[in-house]
Design a protein around this ligand. Structure first.
Ligand code: PGA
Length: 260
């Protein structure tokens, strides 16, 4: 059974106290629930990862970093290595988010290099891909997605399918309030699943969780999760409020029966 993630990408939001308060409020509510195959996750900024990990210790709430260096260690001012993340026992890390690609010129090759570093330290990458509005309007969505998959995963070994998580995030839907329709999202998720089947086989394709991201909120999540190949969400803005985050976890748990 595939895991269903409700993953909050906090981006450059929330300081120390806000992180602490969020986790302290959310953990007891999460502990009360039978989550089944649903994994709630938050990705705070680097300085607050330790706080989030400590406050969520032994609960089902997972913590991810938002990025990682593709260098191992040394003279790279401002960078954070996979080894450093692993030293906190962190288990997940987002790579290749469109904001990194857009503002920091990140390429598929860099995304792959980051993934390889994460693998060395048993951290699961959440690999983001997605087309821009111009690319969608030019009818290039399929080509862009396939190129990104080829570029990011070239030479990457996957055996179980749980080694990575993929997040399909159409750039035009991120932070715009305009989410992809469930049909649009499902169409691309199916394309990704088929690519996985052709390149890695049935097991990997069946087990690998593919999240949708882009203007998810409690009001549109249920509909999106009805897509056969949509295994949860990478959620920005709507993941910042405790009650919305918890509501989305509940929606995912309730949709579980349909997913199994
Ligand atoms: P959004 O961001 O939910 O605010 O659109 C999603 C993301 O960038 O991961």
């Amino acid at each position: 059974m595939r895991k269903l993630y409700i993953a909050g990408n906090w981006k450059m939001n929330k300081g120390l106290m806000e992180t602490r308060v969020f986790v302290q409020r959310v953990v007891p509510e999460i502990n009360k629930q039978d989550l089944g195959n649903v994994i709630p996750l938050i990705a705070p900024a680097y300085p607050f990862l330790e706080e989030a990990l400590r406050e969520s210790f032994s609960s089902a709430l997972q913590v991810a970093a938002q990025d990682v260096s593709y260098h191992s260690e040394g003279a790279y001012t401002g960078e954070v290595s996979a080894q450093m993340l692993a030293s906190m026992e962190l288990k997940y890390c987002i790579v290749g988010h469109s904001e990194r690609r857009q503002y920091h010129n990140e390429t598929d090759a860099m995304v792959k290099a980051r993934m390889l570093k994460l693998f060395e330290h048993n951290i699961t990458p959440i690999v983001c891909i997605g087309e821009t509005l111009a690319q969608r309007e030019e009818g290039k969505t399929e080509e862009v997605i396939i190129n990104q998959l080829n570029g990011c995963l070239e030479g990457i070994k996957l055996i179980k399918g749980t080694e990575i998580i993929i997040a399909y995030e159409p750039v035009w839907a991120i932070g715009t309030g305009e989410n992809a329709t469930p049909w649009q999202a499902q169409e691309v998720h199916k394309l990704i699943r088929n690519w996985l089947k052709n390149n890695y086989g049935e097991t990997v394709a069946n087990e690998l969780s593919i999240l949708y991201g882009g203007s998810i909120k409690p009001a549109n999540l249920k509909e999106l999760l009805e897509g056969e190949d949509i295994d949860g969400g990478l959620i920005g803005g709507a993941s910042l409020k405790e009650e919305d985050f918890l509501e989305m976890v509940k929606i995912a748990v309730a949709s579980k029966g349909e997913k199994c």
